[in-house]
Design a protein around this ligand. Structure first.
Ligand code: IVH
Length: 672
């Protein structure tokens, strides 16, 4: 260890400070990180180590002493009652064992009890309650001063506007994390893609971007949630003596607390919690990036105190990277069932999120061009759970000279047909239709899949063989196969051929919903297929329906109805349907319901509280049978909030948005 800095160390420290300051700005102020968190952590740790070894390098404005970014413009400043600190990180089991050793030594205890909780990957928030009422909400900002985002936080359903229960302190800062559940994030990006808006890189950036909206109506439409994990300044009241008890108390007052918080003694138990949660993390509906261990008793926390930016009584045990850097070796184009061309990046293999990744989807050409991914680029590869690996961004600083933008192909890479892009649509398609072997194969895979005709044993590889050998062109050809011809295929024995023929034969008897789904009508998934089947009862009625008739069905919009009507107008499709029925594919027709009264068409309902005379499902079914839509959250587009006994926070939201509120009697009158 040296104490006097060498010129190289001075230079490196200055470089690291500049790099970290630039990345801080990208992350905190622009919500647009350009490197993965793990790269940031690595740079940060390098500077921490340099400053520890050579204290003269630890200048007072070093990024290691700051918590986050500066306060952005457009928001009022809020001075936190107690500073909002950050956490030190542990990257290995050993780091945790050492953390526990330091804590035990400082406290002079043999064993220490910790609270273990998930580290939510969202945005830190401080909620100020006065006499139980939410008066302010602020982001962390630089840790001392944050941004006033009260207008947006009020629209988050899980944040109570009023606390309930006993012994609520007069003034209290509740600290927590605002996050966006993964489902909501994916739906938000799907909507953004359709309307050509900017896509968010991940749920955390989406949550940060939503909180920093100036217009609360925009934030209200974003699926945000909150978990509380502690308190800041508390006056005019007492909290319990342990952190875990405080969490329980916060829950009693109506604040959302993660249900899996554990109170554990010693490092081993903490590590076990970490490894268990790590294995389950992808099954959670939201992203977490590690586990936080906190000394549970406040007296111990007080003895331990703080260092520059973080408490000594807590540590964040990070999960290993789910984002890694890799190089783009090539960009290919895959042709899907409907002819859509998807750019796929071939990567130098990297181990990320528990698997080796060598291909990453780029979704579509607008995604490819927005990210401007080029062959030769260094890219951030991300894998979240069982989601397909994707390229999050390009590290432009590392782009080699002489690269060029990827052009949209003029012809289909599989069949050579012309490639078309409809006006205003992001999707580029091969115009070959069933001429294109790639589209035929995909269509057959879909036809045979479990939720469609459910032909077991007919997988991707076999379909590839069947199409390439010319035995099968369209789905109806499957029903003409015999085991003699099948067993002539490579790797196909007599027995498996017979089993497959039997599975194909069994699939002849099906349901209308499955058959509709199997047809692969653009935009029609299995839920929509069930809806269409129960609405029309017979294929003939559906095939004859006009776009207007289709649009009158709840949950069927203009794009879908146009797609369905166009599908049944196409002669090729009608021919294949005819041949399938001739081959013996059949189902029992359903009784056709009466749809003559659609008095609630175009109206959107949200239900809250308990209704006396019917269940929520019954109410939903009645509203939908009259053409109304029922959704789960109140927005400016909601027509009515139906309010039963003990309504939730939706009522306050509806009132603040000026949505008309109906009681049960008023609903019944409307249904009559
Ligand atoms: S405690 C003084 N607990 O992690 C201790 N933080 O670097 C303050 N975070 O942005 C933090 N989950 O918002 C704590 N269960 C948890 C957390 C958590 C997520 C965030 C926090 C901050 C960062 C700390």
């Amino acid at each position: 260890m040296t104490t006097k800095a060498t010129p190289e160390q001075v230079k490196r420290a200055s470089e690291l400070r500049q790099l970290l300051a630039a990345h801080n700005r990208q992350y905190y102020e622009l919500d647009e990180p350009v490197i993965p968190d793990t790269e940031y952590d690595r740079l940060f740790q390098e500077l921490v180590a340099l400053e520890r070894d050579v204290p003269e390098l630890a200048v007072t404005d070093s990024p290691t002493r700051r918590v986050g970014g500066a306060v952005g413009s457009g928001f009022a400043e809020i001075v936190h009652g107690a500073p909002m600190l950050s956490l030190d990180n542990a990257f290995s089991d050993q780091d945790v064992i050492e953390f526990d050793r330091r804590v035990r030594e400082r406290l002079g205890r043999e064993a220490v009890v910790y609270s273990a909780e998930p580290k939510l990957d969202g945005v830190a928030i401080s909620l100020s309650y006065e006499h139980g009422l939410l008066v302010r909400a602020a982001t962390r900002g630089d840790g001392a001063v944050g941004e006033d985002v009260t207008h947006n936080v009020r629209t988050i359903n899980s944040v109570p506007l009023k606390l309930r229960g006993r012994r609520i302190p007069e003034r209290m800062e509740v600290r927590g994390e605002v996050y966006m559940p993964r489902e909501g994030f994916l739906a938000l990006n799907r909507r953004a893609e359709q309307s050509g808006d900017k896509l968010f890189a991940n749920p955390r950036n989406a949550a940060a971007g939503s909180l920093r909206q100036l217009d609360p109506l925009v934030a209200a439409r974003r699926p945000l949630e909150m978990f509380a994990y502690g308190t800041g300044l508390v006056t005019g009241g007492e909290l319990p003596e342990r952190h875990s008890e405080t969490l329980r108390r916060l829950a009693e007052w109506g604040l959302p607390i993660y249900s899996g918080v554990a109170v554990l003694s010693g490092a081993d138990a903490c590590l076990q919690y970490y490894h268990e949660l790590s294995a389950r993390r992808h099954a959670l509906p939201f992203d977490i990036d590690g586990v936080v261990y906190k000394v549970d008793d406040y007296s111990g926390q007080q003895v331990l105190g703080f260092v520059a930016r973080a408490p000594r009584w807590a540590i964040a045990h990070k999960f290993p990277a789910e984002e890694r850097l890799s190089r783009v070796e090539a960009i290919d184009f895959q042709v899907g069932r409907t002819g859509a061309l998807t750019p796929v990046a071939r990567l130098s293999p990297v181990f990320v999120g528990g698997a080796t990744v060598s291909n990453a989807t780029l979704h579509n050409f607008s995604d490819l061009h927005r990210k401007d991914v080029r062959v030769g680029d260094t890219v951030v590869v991300r894998r979240a759970g069982d989601v397909i690996p994707e390229i999050a961004s390009v590290v432009l600083e590392r782009r080699p000279a002489g690269t060029s933008e990827v052009a949209v192909p003029v012809t289909c890479p599989v069949c050579g047909s012309e490639v078309v892009q409809a006006d205003g649509q992001v999707i580029v398609r091969c115009s070959g239709g069933l001429v294109c072997p790639a589209q035929r194969k995909q269509a057959l895979c879909h036809f045979a899949s479990r939720r469609a005709m459910d032909i077991s044993g007919l997988g991707d590889q076999l379909i590839e063989q069947l199409v390439d050998s010319g035995l099968v062109r369209t789905a109806d050809d499957l029903y003409g196969l015999d085991s003699a011809r099948l067993s002539a295929l490579e790797r196909m024995g007599q027995r498996s051929a017979e089993k497959l023929i039997a599975a194909i034969a069994r699939s002849r008897k099906t349901t209308l919903a499955r058959f509709l789904y199997a047809l692969g009508i653009p935009e029609v998934g299995d839920a929509t297929s069930r809806l269409l089947a129960s609405y029309f009862g017979t294929l003939e009625k559906l095939a004859a329906a006009s776009e207007d008739q289709l649009q009158a069905i709840p949950d069927i919009g203009p794009v879908m109805s146009a797609g369905i009507a166009a599908f049944f107008r196409q002669r090729d499709n009608r021919t294949i349907i005819g041949k399938l029925r001739e081959a013996g594919v059949s189902w029992d027709d359903l009784p056709v319901p009466d749809h003559s009264n659609q008095s609630l068409h175009g109206q959107s309902f949200v239900l809250t509280g308990t209704l006396a005379g019917m269940s929520r499902d019954e109410a939903k079914a009645k509203i939908e049978s009259l053409g109304g839509k029922v959704s789960s959250s109140v927005s400016s587009r909601t027509t009515y909030l139906v309010c039963g006994e003990d309504p939730g926070s939706k009522l306050a939201r509806a009132v603040s948005l000026g949505v008309q509120v109906l009681d049960e009697q008023a609903l019944l009158a409307l249904l009559r």
